[in-house]
Every structure is written in C-alpha cells, then in structure tokens.
Write a protein that binds this ligand. Structure first.
Ligand code: FES
Length: 281
C-alpha cells in the first residue's frame, strides 16, 4: 500500500500528489513513469513522474481528473492509500545518460503544454542540478490553466509563459513563442523537448523540422500492462513499431506518426474502439 502524504490542487482539475513509494523514489529518473491502481478492481493509470525525493522516499505525480478513474483518484486525500504504485517504468530521458561534455555544448529548449508541464519539470530540475541552463516555454489556453510556473522558475532563469488568449505572458501558442524566441530574440537551439497534448507535439515538430532542430517528444498513449506485452501503447516511429511503455515514452518527434497516435487515442475512448483494438493486437 502506498500512502498519499501531500495533495495540492493546481488548476483546471489538475492535482499534484506526493506518494510514499521508497523503492520507486530510489531508482527513478526524469522521463520515467509509474502505473497506479487505486484498489484491486481499479483501472491501471500510467502517470509520468513529476518529481522524487530519494531521502524522503516520495514520488510526485500530477494528473488531470478527466475520466472516471482519475475523477475518483482526485477524491483521495492525504493519509489514504494507492493499492499499486508500480515503477519506475519506461526509459529515462536520454539527457540523463548523455555525455556531460556533449550536453554542455547544447542549447536546449523545453516546451510544456498543459498537464505536460509536470513531466517537463523533473528534467529541467535535473539539468540545473547538473549545471546546465535551459530555456522553458509553458503554454496553455489561458492564465488559469498554467501550472508549476513558480516551481519551474527555481530551476531555470528563462521560463516563458504563453497563453492563447493573451491573459498572461506572451499572447499566442507555444509555436508562436518558439518563433518569437528564434526570430525576434535571436535564440538558437540544438534540441527541443516538447511534452504536452499530442496535437501540440505534432505542430511543434512540424515547426522544428522546418527550423532544423532535433526534437524529442514524450508519448502518453493508453497503457494496459506497461510491460510491452499487451500492445496497447503501440506507436509508429519511422519504419518501426514501438511500444511507449518499454521503448519510450520519449521518441524522436520527427519520426512519430502523430495522426495515427491520435486516431488510436480516439478509438480507446469508446468501449467499441477498445474491443476493436484488442482484436487487432
Ligand atoms: Fe502494454 Fe505497452 S502498455 S505494451
């Protein structure tokens, strides 16, 4: 059993929880995820790790209460328990294993959209803790949907906020802000890491392809077993079929078939679609 030791409401039905999971906290790295289950019969919910405290033995998760299971999860309070908290799963961000000398030379821009800000956060923190400065764009439709801005500013001196309606920060979407930084502020980047809604990652990748900047995205498809066995999280990446749970969740964004990923996401929203996908697997 895994105890919830902290719970915060961030915005727009997005919640943060610190959960006591010492074994996961000890081994996890930015980019990895956990699968949680509230009770024996509960749905298995994959969530990217937002932060971890190895000493306290806690792992921070951030989730948006949108479906039945996450809505129930949002009702859990401090002192209550998750039945399962399995992880760390997936591969760590490639930044973690990159040659420090090579990493030092790179100018990196993180692009975070909506709840995708949560998985960006540990990577930005890790970079700063290891002596690398990065730029960050946090984008949302409006000011009230921006999360983790202050937390992010602790680890980067260059956090730019962009809102579609201009209610806060730069007026425009994240792509408008990337163009602004490159064209008007003379910034150059060697690597973009974009995490957010699939549609956002798709359009960021179209832009960065044009600009010739390598781009990594973090895919969050439906997952069932999280061990590469069920095929639910299948993605087309270039010529290859990949499983987000074991091969990812991070991939070269210029190779990901986003349209197929969105189609599968839609299918999984209906019982019928789920049954259909099962038949294909
Ligand atoms: Fe089953 Fe990835 S979740 S293969």
């Amino acid at each position: 059993m895994f105890k919830i030791v902290e719970k915060k409401y961030l915005a727009n039905n997005i919640y943060l929880m610190d959960v006591e999971a010492p074994r996961v906290a000890k081994k996890c790295y930015p980019g990895q995820f956990v699968i949680v289950k509230m009770d024996e019969k509960g749905e298995r919910i994959p969530l990217t790790i937002c932060d971890y405290d190895r000493e306290a033995g806690t792992v921070t998760i951030v989730f948006q209460a949108v479906g039945a299971s996450t809505k129930i999860m949002a009702e859990y309070e401090v002192g209550e328990y998750f039945r399962d908290f399995v992880g760390p799963l997936g591969c760590a961000s490639e930044l973690v294993s990159e040659d420090p000398e090579e990493l030092k030379k790179k100018k990196i821009l993180f692009v975070a959209g909506g709840v995708g800000t949560a998985p960006v956060y540990p990577q930005v923190k890790w970079m700063k803790q290891h002596g690398y400065d990065v730029d960050v764009i946090i984008g949302a439709r409006s000011k009230d949907l921006i999360i983790l801005e202050e937390e992010m500013k602790q680890w980067s001196d260059h956090v730019y906020v962009a809102t579609d309606d201009g209610s806060y920060g730069f007026k425009g979407n994240v792509n408008d802000k990337i163009k602004d930084l490159v064209n008007n502020e003379g910034k150059t980047y060697d690597l973009v890491i974009a995490i957010g809604p699939v549609i956002m990652m798709k359009f960021v990748c179209l832009l960065t392809k044009e600009l010739g900047i390598k781009t990594i995205v973090s895919m969050n498809p439906v997952m069932v077993d999280g061990t590469g066995m069920c095929g639910a999280c299948r993605l087309q990446v270039g010529d290859e079929v990949k499983f987000a749970c074991v091969d990812g969740p991070e991939f070269d964004g210029h190779l990901v078939d986003f349209d197929q990923a969105m189609k599968r996401q839609q299918m999984y929203k209906t019982e019928e679609g789920r049954a259909m996908l099962k038949l294909q697997e």
